[in-house]
Design a protein around this ligand. Structure first.
Ligand SMILES: Cc1cc2nc3c(=O)[nH]c(=O)nc-3n(C[C@H](O)[C@H](O)[C@H](O)COP(=O)(O)O)c2cc1C
Length: 302
């Protein structure tokens, strides 16, 4: 049975990727996760300068999801290259580096400096962090999305995946702008704006007041947006939001995804990819499908 897939020119041995911010830099999970089941890991978003992140508390768990306002805490590009990248190099799956920024120039600087590193298989450009108190995220604006992706496209031959926010009126417009500017794949969804209040103290549960919502509760919301995007772009879609088991992942494939991303589930069950891949294989066997790509190519018209 073939379970390898392609995202642009990048082949992944399995269609499962670990989403940015929920799997560290991968090496921390050695011994806890089955890297044979993981096609790629997407490292925590890195920015040009180090970031301390938002005030604590930064994570609040609800009945069926998680609010976070981590605020892109990361050691900054220089330290990432010196301390993290060499350890990622040893992972037996594809390595995708996620880049964040506050201007086109910052995205460009990061990409230029990372571009030369042969251990990086692809870039995910994070245009969608919800808890940075920006007036607007780049992927809330089709023109800005086109500009950033176009500028970065000129700088690299490596695959460029563009991560977009679900917090827009028409997500297909943003996905098409990224595609037209040269993206190799669209990655969605990032988290939804959210907040929660402690009624005894009268204060929000997150130090940043609001944050991004992820996990089980967002799955139907994410699935709808993935279906909308997959129907309107020709490039592959890396899809996730609330996937916790194989049937959740299969729903995303049936909605048009080429690869599925596991996020919040990694926080509670870092070996989720193993079970989910086992379940996907079982499903393909039961449906007498020999190649996961066939599942995608023979989608019923919805
Ligand atoms: C604690 C936490 C930190 C995250 N950090 C990042 C990040 O640095 N960059 C990014 O693109 N997405 C980040 N995300 C979003 C996830 O990658 C994913 O897109 C989102 O959580 C939806 O998937 P899920 O419901 O499976 O978690 C973060 C999510 C969580 C829960």
């Amino acid at each position: 049975m073939n379970i390898a897939i392609k995202l642009g020119t990048l082949e992944l041995k399995t269609p499962i990727v670990c989403a940015s911010g929920t799997f560290g830099y991968g090496y921390e999970l050695k011994g806890l996760a089955d890297f044979k089941s993981i096609g790629a890991i997407i490292a925590k978003t890195v920015t040009l300068e180090p970031r301390a992140g938002n005030p604590e508390p930064r994570i609040f768990e609800t009945e069926c999801g998680v609010l976070n306002s981590v605020g892109l805490e990361n050691p900054g590009l220089e330290s990432f290259i010196k301390d993290k990248l060499p350890l990622m190099d040893k992972l037996s799956c594809r390595r995708i580096v996620s880049i964040g920024g506050f201007s086109i120039e910052e995205y460009e600087s990061c990409l230029k400096k990372l571009q030369a590193h042969s251990s990086i298989d692809a870039f995910e450009i994070n245009l969608s962090c919800p808890n940075l108190r920006l007036k607007k995220m780049v992927s809330q604006d089709a023109t800005a999305t086109r500009q950033v992706v176009g500028a970065l496209r000129k700088l690299t031959q490596k695959p460029l995946f563009i991560k977009i926010t679900p917090e827009v009126t028409d997500i297909t417009e943003i996905a098409k702008a990224a595609q037209d500017a040269g993206a190799d794949a669209i990655s969605l969804v990032n988290t939804f704006f959210s907040m929660s209040i402690n009624i005894e103290t009268g204060k929000p549960h997150l130090g940043n007041i609001y944050g991004g919502y992820s996990g089980r509760a967002i799955k139907p919301l994410a699935l709808y947006r993935v279906w909308c995007v997959a129907r309107c772009v020709k490039i592959p879609v890396i899809a996730g939001g609330g996937i916790e088991d194989a049937s959740g992942a299969i729903e995303f494939f049936l909605a048009g995804a080429r690869a599925v991303s596991l996020g919040t589930i990694n926080l509670v069950y870092p070996d989720a990819a193993r079970e989910i891949l086992k379940g996907i294989k079982g499903y393909l066997r039961r449906k007498k499908i020999n190649d996961i790509n066939e599942l995608h190519d023979t989608l019923p018209q919805m």
